[in-house]
Design a protein around this ligand. Structure first.
Ligand SMILES: CCCCCCCC(=O)SCCNC(=O)CCNC(=O)[C@H](O)C(C)(C)COP(=O)(O)OP(=O)(O)OC[C@H]1O[C@@H](n2cnc3c(N)ncnc32)[C@H](O)[C@@H]1OP(=O)(O)O
Length: 156
């Protein structure tokens, strides 16, 4: 039976699917899945309870940054393909990498809670796509990120 493709990351070509955060072919990775929810993108994930940040009850900040980064990368690719008026396929999905990532940690993220990432497309300017991401747990925005994603030249 063929895989059902629906998350942005499902459309990354095989040779681009080994990212620790979002690569579907990285068996040790987070394998996050991002989707459109209206004009925003959404990803929900329940990190394992060993991703602790100092104290046992809060999530490691590096993981928070990784989740924001990978959700922003997927959102950038999906936004670019939408701008081009094309469908997401493994042949058409553009490849984006992170040039710049800023994260503001606003409140501790509780271990054990489901995390929701909500992405907004702030700007698309040629190969440069800027994405804002809120990371929410138990109804609280625990971190806010902004990422500049660049479409790699090979895919142009
Ligand atoms: C799909 C699975 C992967 C998902 C990835 C998840 C996210 C990741 O973790 S990716 C890994 C971390 N990121 C990287 O390793 C990227 C390393 N950096 C690079 O490869 C390059 O610097 C790269 C591709 C970002 C830009 O290189 P290149 O394409 O040559 O850029 P270049 O042509 O010089 O610049 C393009 C534009 O971007 C701008 N730009 C480039 N880098 C930056 C930056 N750090 N900050 C601000 N602007 C930048 C340039 O000023 C230029 O702007 P303009 O067109 O307006 O003049």
């Amino acid at each position: 039976m063929e895989d059902k493709l629906e998350a942005f990351q499902d459309f990354y070509p095989d040779d681009y699917s080994h990212c620790y955060g979002c690569g579907r072919l990285n068996e040790h990775g987070m394998q996050i899945k991002s989707y459109w929810d209206g004009e925003e993108s959404v990803c929900r994930i329940h990190p394992r309870d060993y991703y602790t940040g100092g104290m046992k009850h809060i999530v490691y900040g590096g993981l928070i940054a990784s989740l924001i980064d990978c959700h922003a990368a997927g959102t950038a690719a999906a936004a670019k393909i939408k701008e081009l008026g094309q469908e997401m396929t493994r042949e058409t999905m553009p490849r984006f990498v992170t040039a710049n990532l800023n994260v503001n940690f606003k409140a501790p993220t509780p271990i054990g809670a489901e995390i929701e990432l909500r992405g907004k497309v702030l700007e698309i300017k040629g190969r440069k796509v800027t994405i804002g991401v809120d990371l929410i747990a138990e109804g609280v925005v625990c971190a806010e990120g902004q990422a500049l994603m660049i479409q790699v030249k090979e895919t142009l």
